[in-house]
Ligand binder design. Structure first.
Ligand SMILES: [Zn+2]
Length: 247
């Protein structure tokens, strides 16, 4: 769960499919992910949801001052038309994004399929919110998702300025940094909602050879007694093997 400076929480979810369900071809990607405007007349409900939640920008030459722009370029998005879906190199696939003439007004600009963020029609209709769906077909893409679990909290540099000026330049005060907690994050944490999770859970077991596991004991204890004590014979690894043998 990620909180940005403003706005609602972002959930990043990586779903690993069972082998027989894996999406391995561009045709399979097309069944799951779409980056085109739906037909306005045939699917007016879906069309409106895509326009409401899944259109990027506009940025670039249409809107050079948009928040995503860095040094004259969009920092996270801009795609060209593509007649077919193909595998990307170290990235998400390049999805089919045809130049089919569909256009729509978004935030004051006429935009086409190049501005659509990848979505899944069923999930978009189900949740009615911004819902980006991507095919994670490259290890770099998966690492990017795990980053959100470990990146730590947001920070902010701030300054408190006296109403009356003329007290000299206080360098420490100019560079104070603090943790940033947005109101939405405050509520999330007050209610104790989960911030991350994994299913099935993955636990690292202490690997050891038979009778070569570590034990911890009081140095005044009798070594004979310790060697007879059942509780020192158990480790998580031994118990894991035991569970597999009976269940
Ligand atoms: Zn942009």
């Amino acid at each position: 769960m990620e909180f940005q400076k403003r706005g609602l929480p972002h959930a990043y979810v990586l779903v690993i499919l069972k082998h027989k369900s894996k999406l391995l071809t561009p045709e399979a990607y097309d069944r799951m992910v779409c980056v085109e405007l739906p037909d306005r007349n045939k699917n007016p409900y879906l069309f409106n949801l895509v326009v409401k939640h899944m259109m990027h920008g506009p940025c670039g030459s249409l809107n050079p001052k948009n928040v995503c722009m860095r040094n004259g370029k969009c920092k996270n998005y801009y795609e060209d038309f593509s007649d077919f879906t193909t595998h990307g190199k170290g990235s998400y696939p390049i999805y089919r994004r045809q130049n089919d003439g569909h256009m729509v007004m978004v935030r004051g600009h006429l935009v086409d399929n190049r501005w659509v963020i990848p979505y899944n029609p069923v999930l978009l209709v189900e949740f009615d919110c911004h819902f980006n769906v991507e095919i994670c077909c490259d290890i770099r893409v998966m690492k990017y998702l795990y980053k959100y679990v470990y990146k730590g909290h947001d920070k902010i540099a701030f300054q408190i300025t006296p109403e009356r000026e003329g007290q000299g330049n206080d360098e420490i005060r100019n560079f104070q940094t603090a943790r940033w907690v947005s109101p939405v994050e405050v509520v999330w944490r007050l209610y104790g909602f989960p911030l991350n999770g994994m299913y099935p859970s993955v636990i690292q077991l202490p690997i050891h050879l038979p009778n070569f596991h570590r034990i911890r004991f009081d140095d005044a204890a009798d070594i004979e007694t310790i060697s007879q004590d059942d509780k020192f014979k158990k480790t998580m690894l031994i118990e894991f093997f035991h569970m597999n043998s009976i269940d």
